[in-house]
Design a protein around this ligand. Structure first.
Ligand code: FES
Ligand code: FES
Length: 165
């Protein structure tokens, strides 16, 4: 059994036939082909699947696909060009690269979405505020220091160059 859903993802409209039991994550990855959002624990514990629903970080692995109807979904693919020219990475993506904040990279899409949501609201977060924003995102590789450094570096760039960030 499938439902016909119209989803707005990264500014584009997608009309898709989705198995009734599919989550938003399964729909993104296996129906639409946006595989940036990762399937980690698949039960709401790790944050690897984080996307935005109407700008709010949301665990897509525990969100039924139909809950995204009539809402704006943004995935990690949609960070490119957000606050930058089309095709240009988000300041956070540059900062993660420069700071070595991704190792295996499995957690990175979810962390980028949580951090980007924070920086939408606050481009001068304290270290504690960054930690709080990322508290639902687990990383098995980096030890977190470089991730926190990268978020702070991106925030600084967004403060110094608000026009291109
Ligand atoms: S895959 Fe969704 S929280 Fe782990
Ligand atoms: S970089 Fe490997 S889990 Fe975070």
């Amino acid at each position: 059994m499938k439902d016909l859903l119209t989803l707005r993802i990264n500014g584009d409209s997608h009309e898709v036939a989705v198995p009734t039991h599919f989550t938003l994550l399964e729909t993104l990855r296996y129906v639409i082909g946006l595989t940036g959002s990762k399937q980690g624990c698949d039960k709401g514990d790790c944050g690897a699947c984080t996307v935005w629903l109407d700008g709010e970080p949301t665990l897509s692995c525990i969100t039924p696909a139909y809950e995204a109807v009539d809402r704006e979904v943004r995935t990690v693919e949609g960070l490119v060009g957000l606050h930058t020219a089309p095709g240009v990475p988000h300041p956070l993506q540059d900062a993660f690269d420069l700071c070595g904040a991704a190792q295996c990279g499995f957690c990175t899409p979810g962390i980028l979405m949580s951090a980007a949501a924070l920086l939408e609201e606050n481009t001068a977060p304290t270290r504690e505020e960054v930690k709080e924003a990322l508290s639902g995102n687990l990383c098995r590789c980096t030890g977190y220091t470089k991730i926190l450094d990268a978020v702070e570096a991106a925030a600084e760039r967004m403060r110094r160059h608000p026009a291109d960030a």
